[in-house]
Design a protein around this ligand. Structure first.
Ligand code: HEM
Length: 227
């Protein structure tokens, strides 16, 4: 239904402006309300677990939403939608950074040696940390001026968002003990979104194979000439 509406309504810069305003209000107010509830003892018996759950799932939802924008804009022929990708990506990073900070502050009580041992001992923490590092790099290079300065390498760098999202799916799957259904659903949604970009993934593989084939024919031709 939503997709049908997007297909028949022309999305203008005014629409995306209000969508961005709603995104800022919703993302920031939900984050503030959750921390307020945690500090005023309104988040149940284990507020730290509740915060980690809210920020972790929030970050993953926003990451998936940012990956949905391009295929949706292409399918509905609504180029204007693409302007939403950057703010959504920035909020995915904000939620992921809050998730990590809450873990460091409330669970580890800022004990840095403990963080180091957790990173070594628990693979799901290692994988989550790697994803956060990638998201930090993408956030740091997300401005228009840096995009201009980086030229062609900017797109290559930003393709690392696919690696980061796969690492997050793995982090989620690894972090649960028994309730495996929800992380599996998330992983499947991610795979569907990545499959919609299969041409992008296949392009470098195809060109590498073509290069190898060309090289082989050239060496065979020069061998024939020598014989
Ligand atoms: C250094 C980086 C990270 C650390 C230390 C970390 C730590 C944790 C911890 C301790 C949990 C709770 C596991 C439990 O319930 O026992 C968790 C769950 C989770 N994390 Fe992370 N995480 C990191 C990065 C990320 C990132 C970058 C994302 C997403 C973009 C993410 C998404 C999630 C999700 C979706 C869950 C499951 C939430 C739930 O169902 O309770 N994490 N993480």
């Amino acid at each position: 239904m939503g997709v049908v509406v997007i297909k028949f309504v022309r999305i203008t810069p005014a629409h995306t402006f209000w969508l961005k305003v709603s995104l800022h209000i919703t993302s920031l107010s939900l984050l503030c309300v959750t921390y307020y509830q945690a500090f005023t003892d309104q988040l149940g018996a284990d507020p730290v677990k509740a915060i980690l759950h809210f920020t972790g799932i929030g970050a993953f939802n926003l990451l998936l939403l940012s990956l949905l924008i391009s295929p949706l804009a292409k399918y509905c022929r609504q180029g204007q939608l693409v302007t939403l990708r950057r703010p959504i990506g920035l909020y995915a990073f904000t939620y992921a950074a809050s998730h990590f900070s809450s873990y460091l502050l409330f669970e580890l009580q800022l004990e840095w040696p403990l963080l180091l041992s957790e990173l070594i001992k628990r693979p799901y923490i290692t994988v989550g940390f790697a994803a956060l590092l990638i998201l930090s790099l993408l956030t740091a290079t997300s401005t228009k001026s840096i995009q201009k300065r980086m030229g062609r390498t900017w797109q290559k760098t930003h393709n690392w968002v696919y690696v980061a999202s796969l690492l997050v799916a793995l982090h989620y799957l690894w972090s649960v003990k028994s309730e495996i259904i929800q992380p599996i659903i998330y992983a499947l949604v991610l795979l569907v979104l990545l499959a919609s970009r299969k041409a992008k993934f296949l392009k470098p593989i195809k060109s590498a194979l073509n290069k190898r084939a060309n090289k082989r024919t050239k060496t065979q031709q020069s061998k024939k000439k020598l014989a």
